[in-house]
Design a protein around this ligand. Structure first.
Ligand code: M6R
Length: 618
């Protein structure tokens, strides 16, 4: 999703803005731009459709100036193009803005503002919703407002969640940042005689680890010496920056060809970090510390609803299994964007668990708001980002501690979310008396083996690569699984779609004969997830049905399963896991298959087309 950067200080702003934008590339974008303001009030706006390298190639001479803002745009209103790229200036040319989010009422605002544009003999220069913002600010400035007042008035006119950065020609020593609603964060970075802003920490970390996260409703005025934050109806304050511990090395790609590959290989370590101190054996306890809900509160919960989007929704689906099986509690999962617009029947005894690695996905945040406003139900968030918007909305957070995930495809945060959900099921199960001490010990002992399950799965990379080469030109895949492996089939299909651009469908194998089987022929490969669990025989029947239609079968099952291997065209053996933990054994292998298919097709694995790492628009 769009990314914002800003700089003011003693250095030349242009190169710093471009470097910051490179560090936000992983969020996904289709155009980019910077605007630099020099001491004399000269403004240079440079923007281009395409990748940052296209923008850089178009810059003959880097504009001089110690203040500026920059943007990577993920198109919503108006196609990706040079003219729709940010920054956007007011018709006077004096106010320059970049924006994340959507101005939902931009059409009516354009109509309202049009006459003053026409008076100047001008029209709108882009198809974006963004362009109304600098125009609204400029109108307020003309009425004699200060810049902060003008920005607040302009934001007050916008419907929808928005984050903006801006500057004004009349004041080359300052830049401004503001947040209204949950349109992704803005972090202010404190340097020595220089200040930075960015949508995300990775853009700041090469410069500083002293940061302030701008809150909803705040407007920051930033100069080289610091920031002053204005809140409506409150005196301005100079916030105290906090130190962040993110290690810049952790966000570098290192020897790996792609961030996705690096992050897949980090999974055993990430899982150990998620579980560390939260699965104690003697005496047994799950999530005993750092969790704000008491056993008493958990005992009063009658039902759990797990929500999320994309990969996080697949984790939620598996979470339901564990909540039912381990905690013995009625549980369900839901797609956050659909949940919001139905009339779900939940009450204050429903525990709502949101899974969101970024903690900023707008559909999930919207659902959390609705849960709070309509039912006041207790909420837990499972997220990788401490301080993210979701952590502020929830009553309790389970932080994944996976380290930054840069690849657009969620990998290590998926397995981290699974581990967190499993721990939560154990904690609720123990509080409700569904698990006795021995059963809790056994469940936790099983969980402690998952880093090594994943590690061993990752050793199948070569085999996955060989199989992927046979299917480089396949146009479709069907991925089948049953029971707790059905969500993994869906996750495998999502990974194929998002990084390999292959059409893939994840299905519950029992459903195949009710429609999808009509698609099958020699050119339609089927990936079958078939570990030796309670539904193994049923999976074998499904594979027989696939083979009878001559569709090639890639079977993933237990190591040494000759019966399965004989039935399949290709076979990948994963380490044996207890039937509740097979998702951990299967996940690295389906990730590797999708990765190698994308690699064989020569695709941009870390920044797939049209996708954003954090989806902050509806
Ligand atoms: O940050 P979140 O976990 O809330 O993100 C939800 C989805 O956008 C995300 O899982 C998406 O599906 C991933 N790109 C999948 O790899």
């Amino acid at each position: 999703m769009c990314g914002i950067v800003g700089y003011v200080g003693h250095q030349s702003a242009g190169p710093i803005l471009l470097e910051g934008l490179h560090r936000l590339e992983y969020r996904g974008y289709d155009s980019s731009g910077i605007a630099v303001l020099d001491r004399d009030g000269a403004i240079a706006v440079l923007k281009r459709q395409g990748k940052l390298r296209d923008l850089e190639a178009a810059i003959d001479v880097m504009p001089a100036g110690g203040a500026g803002i920059g943007h990577t745009r993920w198109a919503t209103h108006g196609v990706p193009s040079d003219r729709n790229a940010h920054p956007h200036a007011s018709s006077s040319g004096d106010v320059v803005v970049v924006q994340n989010g959507i101005v939902e009422n931009y059409r009516s605002l354009k109509v309202e503002l049009e006459s003053s544009l026409l008076d100047r003999g001008q029209g709108w220069l882009s198809e974006t919703d963004t362009e109304v913002i600098p125009e609204l600010i400029a109108r307020e400035l003309d009425r004699g407002c200060s810049f902060v007042e003008a920005l607040r008035a302009a934001l007050g006119r916008l419907q929808g969640a928005n984050a903006v950065a801006a500057f004004h020609r009349a004041d080359p020593s300052r830049i401004y940042a503001a947040r209204k609603g949950s349109a992704g964060g803005i972090v202010i970075g404190y340097g020595d005689g220089e200040m930075f802003i960015a949508s995300d920490l990775p853009a700041l970390l090469p410069h500083t680890t002293a940061v302030y996260h701008l809150e909803d409703g705040e407007i920051a005025t930033i100069d080289a010496e610091g920031a002053v934050v204005d809140r409506a109806n409150q005196p301005p304050l100079r916030p105290q920056p906090q130190r962040v511990e993110l290690d810049p090395v952790a966000i570098a790609r290192g020897p790996y060809r792609h961030f996705m590959l690096k992050e897949m290989y980090e999974q055993p370590r990430a899982l150990s970090d998620t579980i560390r101190g939260r699965a104690r054996l003697d005496p047994p306890s799950a999530l005993a510390d750092e969790f704000n809900l008491t056993d008493n509160q958990l005992r009063s919960v009658e039902r759990v609803l797990v929500i999320g989007m994309g990969t996080s929704l697949h984790a939620a689906m598996i979470g339901r299994w564990w909540l039912e099986r381990i905690a013995g509690i009625p549980a369900d999962f839901d797609n956050a964007s659909e949940f919001r617009f139905r009339a779900p029947v939940i009450g204050s005894s429903t525990l709502v668990v949101s899974v969101t690695q970024s903690g900023e996905t707008i559909d999930t945040l919207g659902a959390m708001d609705q849960v709070r406003e309509r039912w006041g139900a207790p909420q837990v968030v499972i997220t990788n980002v401490d301080g993210s918007e979701a952590t502020r909305k929830a009553d309790a957070s389970i932080l994944l501690r996976c380290g930054p995930e840069v690849g657009v495809a969620s990998t290590k945060t998926f397995v981290g979310s699974l581990a967190a959900l499993y721990l939560l099921a154990c904690r609720i199960g123990r509080a409700r008396g569904a698990l006795d001490e021995t059963e809790l010990t056994e469940s936790l002992e099983h969980l402690l083996t998952v880093p090594s399950l994943v590690e061993r799965g990752l050793q199948l990379s070569e085999q996955c690569s060989e199989i992927a080469k046979s299917y480089t030109s396949a146009a479709n895949f069907l991925v089948l699984g049953r029971g707790i492996e059905h969500p993994i089939a869906m996750e495998a299909a999502l990974k194929c779609k998002e990084i390999s651009y292959v059409h893939a469908e994840g299905y519950a194998a029992g459903e195949m004969k009710h429609g999808p089987i009509a698609l099958l022929d020699q050119k339609f490969p089927v990936i079958a997830l078939a570990t030796r669990g309670p539904l193994f025989d049923k999976m074998m029947s499904a594979i027989q049905q696939v083979s009878a239609r001559q569709a090639p079968v890639i079977a993933i099952g237990d190591e040494g399963d000759t019966e399965l291997a004989e039935l399949a065209d290709h076979y990948l053996g994963v380490p044996h896991a207890t039937d509740l933990l097979t998702p951990f054994a299967l996940t690295p292998v389906v990730q590797l298959l999708a990765y190698h298919i994308a690699l064989a097709r020569g695709l941009d694995i870390d920044q797939p087309r049209n996708l954003a790492k954090t989806v902050t628009v509806e």
